[in-house]
Design a protein around this ligand. Structure first.
Ligand SMILES: Cc1cc2nc3c(=O)[nH]c(=O)nc-3n(C[C@H](O)[C@H](O)[C@H](O)COP(=O)(O)OP(=O)(O)OC[C@H]3O[C@@H](n4cnc5c(N)ncnc54)[C@H](O)[C@@H]3O)c2cc1C
Length: 319
């Protein structure tokens, strides 16, 4: 992917919003949901790019009984999804958490269909990882975003975090395409037709100034496009430093941009969506494996566990 200029950042300042979102990966969805309810929100992002690990991911999402699955007449239900999650999680985490995920998945996808230009499809045949478990589905529930035209980001295009791999060709390849490409020796017609279709889409798109991307690039760009359309401000190169409390309630956060601290008051809450601790080697050795070496994570470099640590500082529970 060609290197692009990153637009100038918005200077951070003291302000008050309804919802403050820390991290511009999936956190963008929280801001979109708040915006739909008429709440003001602000997204702050530590790095110069928007997208986080989401922009580097495969972009395949698993949400039972979501509207895409319903439209495809898969027959999936919330109850089956709950049964499956409960069976796979098998008591290692509170049941309410799994249920909350399943119960709100469909509405989350519907919200994204309303608030972003993304178009989703069911990756039929992308099996659940444990289809033999109660509620499991061998035909799968995974969905993806159709190739997304990054030109829709306009001047903000350069702020989208680049993907991990550069195919060297304009060829927006979805996970569902990879399946047939991998099976090319067995089913050459399907394999070649996928390659041809995506190459044609990529090349023809460029001819009319459309830059198609798939996978996590498409999801992150789609979320970002929704955020831009809704005029939700995003302050990049701005980090959460600490949370502000009034009694037991979090009322805002202190942020840092270019060595300068500002305070944002959040009337309705602060969403911590600052990713995991992919690049904190001390924690990775402690909680994962001592054999891990630096740089072995494909996650975005800003993910150093900040929000987890800052949450713990004020007594938040982690599990
Ligand atoms: C190569 C790869 C492929 C994957 N494929 C899939 C897949 O197909 N399907 C799937 O479900 N999952 C997949 N995953 C996992 C998935 O991408 C992540 O679980 C998900 O993107 C995490 O989203 P997030 O919003 O929590 O974090 P992120 O998307 O990483 O966003 C967090 C953001 O917070 C920012 N941040 C960090 N600290 C601060 C701070 N102090 N202040 C402000 N901002 C901060 C970071 O810079 C980052 O931009 C994949 C992951 C990788 C790496």
């Amino acid at each position: 992917m060609a290197k692009r200029a990153v637009p100038p950042l918005t200077p951070a300042r003291d302000t008050t919003v309804d919802l403050l979102v820390i991290g511009a990966g999936t956190g963008m969805a929280a801001a979109l949901a708040a915006n739909e309810r008429g709440l003001s929100s602000l997204i702050v992002e530590k790095t110069k790019y928007v997208g986080g690990s989401t922009a580097r991911s495969g972009g395949a999402f698993w949400m039972p009984a979501n509207p895409v699955l319903t439209e495809a007449r898969t027959g999936d239900t919330v109850e089956r999804g709950r049964t499956y999650v409960r069976s796979v999680v098998d008591g290692t985490a509170p049941v309410e958490r799994g249920d909350a995920f399943v119960d709100n998945g469909a509405e989350t996808v519907a919200m994204l269909q309303r608030t972003t230009p993304m178009k989703f499809f069911w990756a039929k045949g992308y099996s659940d990882y444990h289809p033999e478990r109660p509620g499991g589905a061998a035909v799968g529930r995974t969905c993806e975003c159709r190739p997304f035209n990054l030109s829709q980001l306009g001047e903000e295009r350069g702020r989208l975090r680049p993907g991990l791999m550069d195919a060297g060709l304009p060829m927006p390849t979805t996970g569902a395409d990879y399946k047939w490409m991998n099976l090319m020796v067995r089913t050459p017609v399907k394999g070649f037709s996928r390659i041809f279709r995506r190459l044609a889409q990529g090349v023809a798109g460029l001819a009319v100034k459309r830059e198609y991307a798939a996978g996590g690039q498409a999801i992150a760009a789609g979320l970002f496009a929704g955020v831009l359309n809704a005029n939700i401000p995003v302050w990049t190169e701005t980090s959460l430093v600490r949370l502000v409390k009034d009694g037991d309630r979090v009322t805002g956060a202190v942020l840092e941009q270019n060595g300068r601290e500002v305070t944002v008051t959040a009337r309705r809450g602060v969403v911590l969506a600052a990713g995991g601790f992919d690049h904190d080697m001390e924690w990775r050795h402690k909680f994962q494996s001592e054999s891990l070496a630096d740089g072995e994570s494909l996650g975005a470099e800003g993910n150093t566990g900040d929000a987890i640590k800052i949450g713990q500082e004020i007594g938040a529970g982690v599990d």
